[in-house]
Design a protein around this ligand. Structure first.
Ligand SMILES: [Fe+2]
Length: 394
């Protein structure tokens, strides 16, 4: 075997090792509700990620022959077998499954994007103001990276086609936004501008699907946003995992309710929209509360509001027509030709963002507005207006 082939095989084995570690982190973040336990498990994976890089050197030291670390890995892949053989096999399985999922999950007849507008909020605000746009005290080096799309906002208008949509709800507009992750790193002017855009969309319903606040001292920012939104609109919300981490989730919930936002956490309500009864049900699992047991009455249109798209199975089981989710941030970093890598979900990156159909349930996953880390590459923050239509009105 030539050294070039050995090095290429070694790189393949190491890539397999990285894919094993990334898959483990994604599943831990998606499935473990307790944050301390989640952190412990993630640290174990990071340690294993590091050890995997040292493993070829250890095996070289144990070998009786004189071999290089890349020869050790390459031999595992072609002649012998060991951890790197399994890791490479895992990488191949992941690649095949990802390709198959993209084929299975495509539902082009169920939705269409009708308009996209990109707002460069940070650039515009920086031009208008003498002051620095990002507050000096909280400035992260990530904000200085070329190509980082934090500070931008993509306003998307999408049409969803639902065969079971009652005729009275034809053309119903819904604004869906998620994952504000208010920390103070992104200035308040950004959230003010976001609020302007939501008001301009002028949808009949507004849904916020969790991860609203990361730093409790910024609670007044949430109240200000909620106050402006509810002056003319019904705004419904559920909380997410980051809203629980700081232990102030009940205070946050109370602040939103005080501004007349409607709390759907672990509960449901039947509301009258255009003279049609619609079921709205919220589920904050696996972090908070319980799943509300409420199936739609016969012919009743039902919307499920959740934080994690992992609840798509629940939505389908409950016979909901539409499920709104966030949590995954679209992966935050998307690699050309590959897509997102990191996604806190038991399904990996499958439901990172977009529209998915399972049975009668159509799920919209928002890329969200922000993230705990202010980094976005090829994955702009997203605000969406959904228009519901019957397929025969295409
Ligand atoms: Fe989030």
């Amino acid at each position: 075997m030539s050294s070039v082939v050995e090095i290429l095989l070694c790189l393949l084995g190491l890539l397999g090792h990285v894919s094993v570690c990334v898959a483990a982190v994604n599943r831990i973040q998606g499935a473990v509700a307790d944050h301390s336990f989640e952190k412990l498990l993630k640290r174990s994976v990071y340690l294993w990620a590091l050890l995997g890089l040292v493993l070829p050197f250890f095996l070289m030291w144990r070998s009786a022959e004189s071999v290089t670390p890349w020869q050790v890995v390459a031999r595992q892949l072609v002649a012998d077998w060991g951890y790197f053989t399994l890791a490479t096999a895992w990488l191949v399985v992941v690649a095949i499954r990802r390709l198959a999922q993209q084929f299975v999950d495509r539902c082009p007849d169920s939705w269409a994007i009708t308009q996209t507008e990109v707002l460069h909020i940070s650039e515009e605000a920086a031009k208008e103001s003498e002051d620095n746009y990002y507050p000096e005290a909280n400035r992260s080096f990530l904000l200085t990276l070329a190509g980082n799309q934090v500070g931008q906002l993509e306003v998307n208008r999408k049409t969803l086609y639902l065969p079971q949509l009652p005729s009275k709800l034809e053309g119903l507009t819904i604004t869906h936004f998620s994952d504000l992750h208010i920390t103070g790193v992104i200035p308040q002017v950004f959230y003010d501008r976001l609020c302007d855009e939501i008001l301009e969309l002028d949808s009949e319903l507004v849904f916020l699907t969790g991860d609203i606040l990361d730093v409790p001292s910024k609670l007044p920012w949430v109240s200000r946003l909620a106050r402006r939104l509810t002056t003319s609109k019904e705004c419904y919300f559920v909380l997410g995992n980051h809203d629980v981490r700081h232990g102030q989730d009940e205070k946050l919930r109370a602040a939103l309710v005080a501004e007349k936002c409607v709390d759907l956490g672990s509960t449901y309500r039947h509301v009258d929209i255009r003279g049609e009864q619609v079921l709205l049900a919220g589920n904050e699992l696996p972090w908070i509360g319980t799943a509300p047991e409420c199936r739609p009455k016969s012919n009743e249109f039902a919307i499920g509001v959740v934080h994690t798209p992992d609840l798509i199975g629940w939505g389908r089981q409950q016979d909901y027509d539409l499920l709104l989710a966030g949590h995954a941030h679209g992966g935050q970093i998307r690699i050309p030709g590959i897509g997102p890598i990191i996604c806190p979900s038991v399904h990996g990156v499958r439901y990172a963002s977009g529209v998915f159909r399972k049975g009668r349930t159509l799920m919209h996953v928002s890329r969200g507005i922000s993230g705990l880390q202010p980094v976005r590459f090829r994955c702009r923050p997203e605000l969406t207006q959904l228009t519901l239509r019957r397929p025969d009105r295409q």
